[in-house]
Design a protein around this ligand. Structure first.
Ligand SMILES: [Zn+2]
Ligand SMILES: [Zn+2]
Length: 425
């Protein structure tokens, strides 16, 4: 897997052709680089401390305490305990202007696989294997750099430190339910996630970045021929799939021919039915369910209609209780104009090979940043964290997940520049 990723990502870096359009002065870019370098070592210390003491979702007490004292120390106005251990740092510029937000997630994951770094987790069974320690550190780093430029900033930047991202329905949604948008009123919102791209690169795409996902459930009652109806229903649902078995192999995401970086990616347009199905029965009810992934939410809606029609014409029509999706959750959806403009800013400041365009839509990951994007237009970036020569592969949730800490420097530089550009141009 390492080799395949290495090979394909090198190709990816070479085929990038993004047209940069500069709007941040070279002088400012150089200043941000210098200031980032000045705090880099201390940021690495912050990251390693967070990494040593990871906390799972809804238990990020120590992590949030660290964030609060850090934000206090750089002079931000700090709001705490929003939707659990959520924290917001408010940086007001010297002049009035736009309000933008930067979000970092702060929680870790349950994991029994041994930590691969010297500064290993001391909290048994908990590890930062999704890179949120790095996200938190980059957020603090950007806040530090931009706080030094308060006098030049037109507008306000909100730094949101969000808990419980890993449990999907608690983090972002809890902050929103707890009045986040009464405290702050951003008109644009940004976030990043560490990804297997090489360190130095940033990748994203307009519109959907991750697929829509739905738990599909079909229920029948009073079924005497259970095996037959289960087989009929599974075949009917599988008939809607547009993918082959290659689709499910994680390493094909980065394949140069069919992966997400190729304009003809097999991940560009699909409906995928995951297997095996779950079948439950009891009290005269048979319950057949599975996950469906799709690049287009309208396709998911029409699939549901067609399933109902088909079953309605079948021998089991009178036994059908329901055909439904359990939830209609949003997916990460990047505002097209903001995506173009911010990638142009980064490419102009740091070189066009720093920006990797992607065309495919990933189905095995998602982020509850999508709930913020339902309220405020924004962009979610994949920041490269791998260093293949050193054997560092930043594939989130994998047992050997690791991050090249240079990604902290890169993240602070690119996104300090980007945010400054959003406010001042
Ligand atoms: Zn994760
Ligand atoms: Zn994550």
């Amino acid at each position: 897997m390492k080799k395949i990723l290495f090979f394909s990502l090198v190709i990816l870096a070479q085929t990038c052709s993004f047209e940069p359009k500069g709007d941040v002065e070279e002088l400012t870019v150089n200043l941000i680089a210098r200031e980032t370098d000045q705090i880099y070592e201390s940021l690495v210390e912050v990251r390693r401390d967070l990494h040593r003491y990871p906390e799972i979702s809804e238990q990020e007490k120590r992590t949030s305490t660290k964030i609060i004292s850090y934000l206090d120390s750089i002079g931000l106005d700090v709001k705490t305990n929003i939707g659990g251990y959520g924290v917001v740092g408010i940086l007001k510029g010297a002049q009035e202007g736009k309000h933008v937000a930067w979000r970092a997630d702060i929680d870790a994951l349950a994991s029994d696989s041994p930590d691969v770094v010297e500064f290993a987790s001391v909290n048994k069974g908990v590890r930062h294997i999704c890179g949120h320690d790095v996200h938190t550190t980059i957020g603090l780093g950007i806040a530090t750099v931009l706080a030094k430029h308060r006098d030049k900033i037109k507008g306000t930047i909100y730094f949101i430190f969000q808990p419980s991202e890993e449990i999907w329905n608690r983090g972002a949604q809890s902050m929103i339910a707890d009045g986040l948008f009464d405290l702050i009123d951003p008109s644009e919102m940004y976030a990043l996630h560490i990804s297997p791209f090489p360190v130095g690169q940033v990748a994203t795409k307009e519109n959907e970045l991750y697929s829509y996902f739905r738990k599909l459930k079909v229920q029948f009652n009073n079924i005497l021929v259970k095996d037959e109806v289960v087989k009929y229903t599974q075949d009917l649902i599988k008939g809607h799939s547009t993918v082959n078995e290659k689709f499910w192999d994680l390493k094909n995401f980065m394949d140069p021919e069919i992966g997400i970086a190729n304009p003809n990616s097999m991940y560009a347009d699909y409906i995928a039915v995951s297997e095996p199905f779950h079948v439950k029965s009891g009290n005269n009810v048979v319950d057949i369910s599975t996950m469906i992934y799709a690049t287009d939410s309208l396709e998911l809606d029409s699939m549901l209609v067609r399933l109902k029609e088909n079953i309605g014409r079948s021998a089991y029509a009178t036994k059908l209780l329901s055909v439904q999706y359990e939830k209609n959750d949003p997916t990460v959806y990047n505002d097209a104009k903001l995506t173009r403009e911010t990638l142009q800013t980064i490419a102009a400041a740091y070189g066009k090979n720093t920006v990797a365009p992607i065309y495919g839509i990933v189905h095995l990951f998602n982020d509850d940043f999508s709930f913020f994007q339902k309220k405020v237009p924004g962009v979610y970036y994949l920041l490269g964290g791998s260093n293949f020569e050193k054997g560092v592969i930043a594939m989130p949730h994998s047992a050997n997940f690791a991050v090249d800490e240079e990604a902290i420097r890169v993240g602070v530089q690119y996104f300090s520049t980007m945010l400054l550009s959003r406010l001042n141009n």
